[in-house]
Design a protein around this ligand. Structure first.
Ligand code: MSP
Length: 514
């Protein structure tokens, strides 16, 4: 909330299905921001978890022939395992079936009811279980006698007593909120979509159902089960300790700095959620960023097409850190992107193996062979030396700025500019030739390179924590000197360095290797 804390959330994932690349992607983006802000000295909370109530999950449990609770226990564990597979640094993992959450949702409901924001009436309308969303008549299309919502999911007619939230009364106040907080919704195109949706008028929202059981009962009227989205969205405040607003964690972390979500769930986060919170007289989050969707080799990803990308399989094939790098480098965050084997291999072999990997390997093995396996002592620096070091130093403010805007690809592009400059510097300085003609100058060049690599490694820890950890080991940088507080420090001349090891293996097609 203050400059010293940073609270970032992923969506909580439906437990109807196994984790796929879409889930890994949102949480990865959160993880990189969480790690970056921790390195930058902030107190960080990164929250992820599972969304376990509602009809969609209830149906999935039925289809599996298991009662809902054991079913959600089992599937939720797969999402916890995903955190380990992807090396996510989440500080908490919330499940909506936990007692702390049930208490929090019921407290929020009670606050809304006490303020006259909820009333009982009858609902009649279209509902898509797959989206857990209500749709207006104007959003429905009919094909082969079946009705579909705007996302292409089948809808059914729902008619039953229901509690409503007075969303229509919040239209003006939401518009005012968006105007006063121009950074609340990003990217810009998504902000415009939401603004025009709200400008078009809001209807009151049905927030309870009586025809299914798997969810949180309405306080004082347990025949009603809460709409899964009011339940789910509340997870973001539950984890800070709500309804106990006197708790230190609540005060430190709410309102959240950033909810990262996919573009399909933007409306829930930027219309319903701030309306619920303002109606309950609680502060809305500071920012919601909606990212795009991945396709697989140009095709929409779907279970029926059998082309779902399983994170664990990607990691087994390409390695964890290359996958983390690829997902954030390949596609501007906010736009749709395509996962292809060819693009993945190109990034691995070019950006990682050739550019960054070789830079580190060339520099460190020359030091190993020619400088007695210790950091060489620099002599007077030339303009070229100073330029490279200054450009590497300037990456920290650049990253702070681009990552505050969630522009991961621009952040990485900027870092690779310096990686490229450093490789050109080696070629221009040709330290291998200086070995005979001017060994002192060779030492200076290798020092400048090692120091540049140290800076790059410290900065890239958020994206590739494991590999950059190994690189910092090779530079003998102690654990306590790896945060941004130590960024301006420098390698100590004379410090012994271990034998360098390759960081990024080239991807070789199995048939070529055979
Ligand atoms: N449970 C809700 C979120 C509640 S948040 C209070 C939900 N869950 S989900 O499991 O269906 O989806 C979670 C996220 O995965 C969404 O942000 C969605 O955009 C993302 N993705 C699902 N498929 C995706 C791709 N193919 N590509 C990128 N992200 C995608 O919605």
């Amino acid at each position: 909330m203050s400059d010293q804390t940073f609270y970032v959330t992923s969506p909580i994932y439906y437990v109807n299905d196994a984790p796929h690349i879409g889930h890994a992607y949102t949480s990865l983006a959160c993880d990189v921001l969480a790690r970056f802000n921790r390195l930058d000295g902030k107190r960080v909370m990164f929250l992820t978890g599972t969304d376990e109530h509602g009809q969609k999950v209830e149906k999935a449990a039925q289809a599996a022939g298991i009662a809902p609770k054991p079913f959600v226990d089992k599937v939720s564990q797969n999402f916890r395992d995903l955190c380990r597979t992807m090396n996510f640094s989440n500080d908490d993992f919330i499940r909506t079936t936990e007692a702390r959450h049930v208490k929090s949702v019921q407290a929020l409901w009670t606050r809304l009811a006490e303020r006259g924001e909820i009333y009982l009436a009858n609902y009649g309308g279209w509902y898509a279980v797959s989206d857990e969303a209500f749709y207006g008549e104007d959003e429905i299309t009919i094909r082969d006698g079946k009705r579909y919502g705007p996302t292409g999911k089948e809808v059914e007619w729902v008619e039953e007593p229901s509690y409503f939230f007075r969303l229509s009364a919040w239209q003006e106040r939401l518009m005012k909120f968006y105007e006063e907080h121009p950074d609340f919704i990003a990217p810009e195109t998504r902000r415009n979509e939401v603004l025009s949706f709200v400008r078009g008028g809001l209807k009151d929202l049905s927030i309870s159902r009586t025809t299914f059981k798997w969810g949180i009962p309405v306080p004082n009227d347990p025949a009603h089960i809460m709409y899964v989205w009011i339940d789910a969205l509340t997870n973001y405040i539950t984890a800070t300790g709500f309804p106990d607003e006197s708790l230190e964690t609540y005060k430190a972390f709410w309102p959240a700095d950033l909810h990262l979500v996919g573009k399909d769930i933007l409306r829930f986060h930027t219309v319903y959620w701030p309306a619920f919170l303002m109606a309950a007289e609680l502060p809305p989050p500071r920012r919601v960023f909606a990212h795009g969707w991945w396709t697989n080799e140009g095709q929409k990803i779907s279970k029926s097409l059998g082309n779902v990308i399983v994170p664990g399989e990607l990691v087994a094939k390409y390695g964890l850190d290359p996958v983390r790098y690829f997902l954030l480098r390949e596609v501007p965050f906010g736009q749709d992107g395509d996962f292809s084997h060819a693009a993945m291999v190109r990034r691995m072999n070019t950006d990682l193996a050739n550019d960054l990997g070789n830079l580190a390997q060339r520099s460190l093995s020359m030091i190993q062979k020619n400088c007695g396996a210790a950091v060489p002592a620099p002599q007077a620096l030339t303009d070229a030396d100073r330029k490279l070091l200054d450009d590497a130093a300037a990456l920290l403010p650049m990253l702070r700025q681009t990552l505050a805007a969630q522009a991961f690809n621009r952040a990485l592009e900027g870092v690779w500019q310096v990686v490229g400059d450093a490789n050109r510097y080696i070629d221009a300085q040709a330290p291998w030739a200086l070995k005979k003609t001017d060994p002192a100058r060779m030492g200076t060049v290798l020092y400048v390179l090692a120091e540049t690599v140290r800076r790059l490694a410290i900065l890239l820890q958020a994206v590739m924590p494991e590999t950059m950890g190994r690189l910092l080991d090779q530079l003998a940088v102690p654990a306590e000197a790896r945060s941004f507080a130590s960024f301006a420090a420098a390698l100590t001349a004379g410090a012994p360095l271990p034998a360098p090891q390759g960081l990024f293996p080239r991807y070789v097609e199995p048939e070529a290797a055979a």
